[in-house]
Design a protein around this ligand. Structure first.
Ligand code: SF4
Ligand code: SF4
Length: 426
């Protein structure tokens, strides 16, 4: 990586803390990703993106800002990238997946806050996230209680925090609220960018994001093959890069990789042997660089073939039907697309478990690992009913609760290995 010290200094990063973070991440990436066998050639692009995730990509964001474009950071898949693109903005994900400066985070948050929120605060207070520091606007959303209340603490720490209200039920009034919030967000984007959203610019934004999601859906479908043409770790990495990279370049790179994977499927070339136990992960999002659980699973004799998660299927599954010729109609279609997302903050939320079963069938998974971050009430609450339903349907399920630390790695591995053994005996 080139020397980006000047850029990081201008962004106000704490250089010593930032160096320490990059050092740990670089080492983890080499150990976890680069040591894998039989990786597709197309992963080289994603290795490059990761090697420059705090370098070249941030330089691109700074160049975009110099041209008058706005960088919009967000924490949730309910924030529509389509609207951001419609004002020629750049959308970046801010969710953080590493344990960093937890002590700092715990000076403003209760200890029993999930690792994802704590990590976001640890990054902010430690001044180590160039995406957050480069954002003109940070968008929060009233999803779970943890996020909702933590934005009150985040507001004085960032330049412009914009909070979106969120429905909690899939009712007609819930949908009306979501549409109104998207209208209000569109107005906010127009105000900060000085650009008007037109039917053409919104359609273009929708097409760009649809193409990105279609490429990820193509990747998902290819993972149904046995032997699996790509590891779960690499597929997760692609789903993580989804939130940072330039959308057009990302789409082209995923499609190039999928061309290669199609060839692999034809030749029955896999990353693991055929008949390796196949697992789905379902639950909380795994923000970059949260690779702990997939690494433990894929080093325990199983392959991950899908992620029922916002960093995965829940983020990419639906495509927006952008046929309307009116602004209101397009906003309706956008709302319809996002209102499908079956996050555990909704009550009741029956479509989620129904889809996990569907995914398991389509992808040939013989077991599900339900993953919750400690203190994440929505997903932990849902995990019991999800497990019962899946087990009743004949899908063995293992419920795990963890955080970003490595302290429980040994214990988790023992439980995962026992679960894989159960699948092998089945
Ligand atoms: S799990 Fe829920 S709150 Fe979190 S990113 Fe997904 S939709 Fe948003
Ligand atoms: S992991 Fe759970 S508690 Fe944490 S932000 Fe997401 S929904 Fe909220």
């Amino acid at each position: 990586m080139a020397d980006y010290t000047k850029m990081w200094t201008e962004l106000g990063l704490d250089l010593a803390g930032h160096d320490a973070l990059l050092g740990v991440l670089g080492g983890a990436y080499t150990d976890i990703f680069l040591s894998q066998k039989n990786r597709p050639e197309g992963m080289k692009y994603f290795d490059f993106v990761m090697s420059e995730v705090h370098g070249l990509r941030i330089q691109e964001l700074m160049d975009a800002k110099a041209q008058g474009r706005k960088v919009i950071g967000s924490y949730c898949v309910f924030v529509p990238e389509e609207l951001i693109l419609a004002v020629d903005g750049v959308s970046v994900g801010l969710c953080a997946g590493a344990e960093f400066n937890s002590e700092g985070a715990e000076t403003v948050l209760p200890r029993n806050t999930c690792a994802l929120i704590k990590s976001a605060f640890g990054f902010k207070l430690g001044r180590v996230c160039p995406y957050l520091e480069a954002s003109n606007v940070v968008v929060g959303e009233n999803t779970c209680d943890g996020k909702k209340k933590s934005y009150e603490m985040l507001a004085p720490m960032v330049k412009d925090l914009y909070v979106m209200d969120m429905p909690q039920m899939k009712s007609a009034s819930g949908r009306t609220l979501l549409k109104e919030e998207y209208k209000r967000f569109a107005a906010k984007l127009e105000a900060v960018s000085g650009k008007k959203i037109t039917i053409e610019s919104l359609k273009k934004g929708i097409d760009t994001v649809n193409a990105k999601r279609a490429a990820v859906k193509r990747l998902t479908a290819l993972r149904a093959a046995d032997p699996a043409p790509i590891s779960g770790l690499d597929a997760l990495l692609i789903n993580q890069v989804f939130f940072y990279d330039d959308p057009v370049r990302f789409t082209a790179s995923v499609n190039t990789l999928c061309d290669e994977l199609e060839e692999r499927v034809k030749k029955r070339t896999g990353v693991f042997a055929a008949k390796t136990p196949r697992l789905l992960i379902s639950g909380c999002p795994m923000a970059v660089p949260n690779w702990k659980l997939p690494m433990l699973i894929e080093s325990s004799g199983a392959v991950i073939v899908g992620e029922e998660s916002c960093v995965g299927e829940r983020g990419a599954r639906w495509i927006t039907d952008a046929k309307s010729q009116t602004m209101d109609g397009l906003l309706d279609q956008l709302t319809d697309r996002y209102f499908n997302i079956d996050c555990a903050i909704f009550t009741p939320n029956p479509s989620r478990v129904a889809y996990v079963k569907d995914m398991a069938k389509k992808l040939g998974a013989t077991g599900v690992i339900h993953y919750s971050l400690q203190f994440c009430q929505p997903y932990i609450m849902e995990s019991g009913p999800v497990e019962n339903d899946l087990e009743k349907s004949g899908i063995p399920t293992l419920r795990l609760e963890t955080d970003y630390s490595q302290e429980d790695a040994g214990q988790l591995k023992t439980r995962i290995e026992a679960f894989v053994e159960r699948l092998q005996k089945k």
